[in-house]
Design a protein around this ligand. Structure first.
Ligand code: ZN
Length: 253
């Protein structure tokens, strides 16, 4: 199982986050009500507040993000927060511009990528994919088994056939034999796996629209339903990617 969240720093719990409106308070320098990253009156950099990546950009927790808007906001903020601008400023402002710049980069990288964005949102929604995989690893260790991913039910038959063919090819390679028909057949199946992997991204994107509608309508039941669908799609996608890698390894061995 792939650790989905290895590269991103995560808030411990979503309850430690605050919503954008709450992030607004008095400016440390002039006392005016500040905007999020800078004071709206005197323009000074403000201390970073623990908001989620969507809130950092002032976005709702929706999945259809306008990437052009995201990019524009990113470039504007990164220019304004650039630590070089604050080399002569107050020590605190220097530190805050650094912290805010790094938060900005993390937020941008995460939201720009469709898969990372979805995984991040799922994490905010309390889905602990990492935790599940760790549990699976511990269980496998305890029983002395090699951890195996659960095969999505509709792929069972196909995966079974493919594994048989892979075993056959491995054996042939050991014996120094060569069966071009078998190699061609396995290569064809690998392409199919990759196509399915791609198609799942489109399937995921269709769920985004449903998710965004559920956020608007405020239906908790609907949100949970779509959340679980997205988890299922991501798991299948990872499974297919790992399988395609395995096939590649055998073909290239
Ligand atoms: Zn101010």
């Amino acid at each position: 199982m792939v650790n989905l969240f290895m590269t991103n720093p995560w808030p411990k719990t979503s309850s430690s986050l605050i919503v954008p409106g709450e992030a607004t308070s008095a400016c440390w320098s002039c006392g005016t009500m500040r905007a999020e990253h800078f004071c709206s009156a005197c323009g000074k950099v403000q201390p970073p507040v623990p908001v989620d990546y969507f809130a950092f950009f002032g976005f709702p927790r929706k999945l259809n993000v306008d990437v052009a808007v995201l990019e524009r906001e990113f470039y504007q903020l990164s220019r304004k927060l650039h630590p070089d601008l604050y080399s002569r400023a107050d020590q605190r402002e220097q530190e805050w511009s650094l912290e805010q710049s790094s938060q900005l980069n993390d937020a941008y990288r995460t939201l720009k990528d469709p898969i990372k964005r979805t995984e991040y949102l799922l994490r905010l929604e309390g889905v602990e994919l990492e935790e599940q995989s760790r549990t699976a690893t511990d269980e496998a260790r305890a029983t002395g088994q090699v951890k195996k991913q659960v095969v999505p039910p509709d792929l069972l038959e196909e995966v079974f056939d493919l594994n048989m063919q892979l075993e056959e090819l491995k054996m042939q390679k050991k014996m120094g034999e060569d069966d071009p028909a078998l190699i061609e057949e396995i290569g064809r199946q690998k392409l199919e796996l990759e196509e399915k992997h791609e198609a799942l991204l489109e399937e995921l994107k269709r769920e985004w629209a449903a998710w965004d509608r559920a956020v608007d309508s405020g239906s908790e039941a609907e949100r949970v339903k779509i959340r679980d669908k997205m988890v299922d799609i991501l798991n299948r996608r990872n499974y297919l990617r790992n399988l395609a890698r395995d096939v590649n390894e055998v073909l290239e061995s």
